[in-house]
Design a protein around this ligand. Structure first.
Ligand code: A2P
Length: 315
């Protein structure tokens, strides 16, 4: 799949990307990224908190060194973690050093909440970030209430002007978060994208409609419903996949591409990385509708930290 979408800043973004969240095995990450580029992926999505920027960078370097691709033909995204919202310039420079790049194509505020960096884990060999809490132990005391995502966004506008990132955007922002951002007198550059969870059981129609009306491109993370996904076991999707002689994952990715946004499937297995990119189909109107209506039948289901209290605060 070699389709591109034009962002509101005029740059082009490859519609299908390799997601890298939870790719825990270092060498596997290097190889996944390298193989993905060989297969034809031109868009790689990572984040400081994934702790794999070095490996992602090594995979990219290997592909560039072998002449498979040029830097300017790749689209690389990384993200600012909450504990570094007060120091985005330092954070992006650290990310670039780990990635081995002089710029990223897209830099995102990972979540719309600044976090305090009070809990540092000294036993962590990769302690370049301070992780405030485990997702299952939310603690509102970790929120930095004297600093908002709006303050952070204003600093991202500078990072873009400095050329450290070509485009800027946000992630996990609600309609309210975006409206609050737009209200600030120093707000100038619309986010190019809003990266959020979207899949057939969490189609986010309202947010997608709002972002479209504002010229903000949606990027769908966990498009297969993340790990251990009930989506991949969903009987209705299996039926469609069988009929079309493709995987359920391919049904989900095709559906997302047809809805017109960027989609970021993640896999650490080369054959799946390949299948997620190749042989995607155009769903018939009927199949498209069945997938779009899946949540009516099975109920809406969100997979990524739906009750992560600190991140809900600014809602
Ligand atoms: P793995 O890395 O072992 O391939 P999401 O992109 O929604 O976050 O979900 C990705 C999850 O789905 C990962 O756990 C990934 O596991 C798995 N996955 C990715 N592609 C496929 C595929 N084509 N078929 C089955 N499972 C897949």
């Amino acid at each position: 799949n070699d389709k591109y979408i034009t962002l509101n800043d005029g740059r082009k973004i490859p519609q299908l990307a390799l997601g890298t969240w939870n790719n825990v095995d270092s060498e596997n990450t290097v190889n996944s990224v390298y193989e993905a580029i060989k297969i034809g992926y031109r868009h790689i999505d990572t984040a400081a908190i994934y702790k794999n920027e070095e490996e992602v960078g090594r995979g990219i370097k290997k592909a560039i060194d072998e002449g498979i691709v040029k830097r300017e033909d790749l689209f690389v995204t990384t993200k600012l973690w909450g504990t570094q919202q007060r120091m985005s310039q330092q954070a992006i420079k650290q990310s670039l050093a780990r990635l081995g790049l002089d710029y990223v194509d897209l830099y995102l505020i990972h979540w719309p909440v600044a976090l305090k960096s009070r809990t540092i884990d000294p036993s962590d060999p990769k302690n370049y970030l301070t992780i405030p809490m485990k997702p299952d132990e939310p603690d509102v005391r970790d929120i930095d209430i004297n600093w908002t995502f709006v303050d952070t966004y204003l600093t991202l506008q500078h990072l873009q002007r400095e050329g450290l990132t070509k485009s800027i955007g946000v992630s996990n922002f609600s309609i309210n978060n975006l409206k609050n951002l737009f209200k600030h007198p120093l707000f100038k550059v619309k986010p190019a994208v809003n990266q959020v969870e979207v899949h057939p059981l969490f189609p986010q129609d309202e947010l997608i409609e709002f972002c479209k009306s504002e010229g903000i491109v949606i990027e769908a993370y966990s498009p297969l419903g993340a790990s251990d996904s009930p989506i991949l076991k969903n009987e209705t999707l299996i039926e469609i996949a069988k009929k079309l002689n493709i995987d359920v994952a391919q049904v989900c990715i095709s559906w997302a591409l047809q809805r017109g946004y960027v989609v970021l499937p993640k896999s650490s297995k080369v054959d799946r990385i390949r299948r997620n990119f190749e042989n995607l189909v155009e769903l018939s109107d009927e199949d498209f509708k069945v997938v779009s209506d899946l949540k009516e039948k099975y109920g809406e289901k969100r997979f990524v930290e739906p009750d992560f209290t600190p991140f809900k605060v600014f809602e």
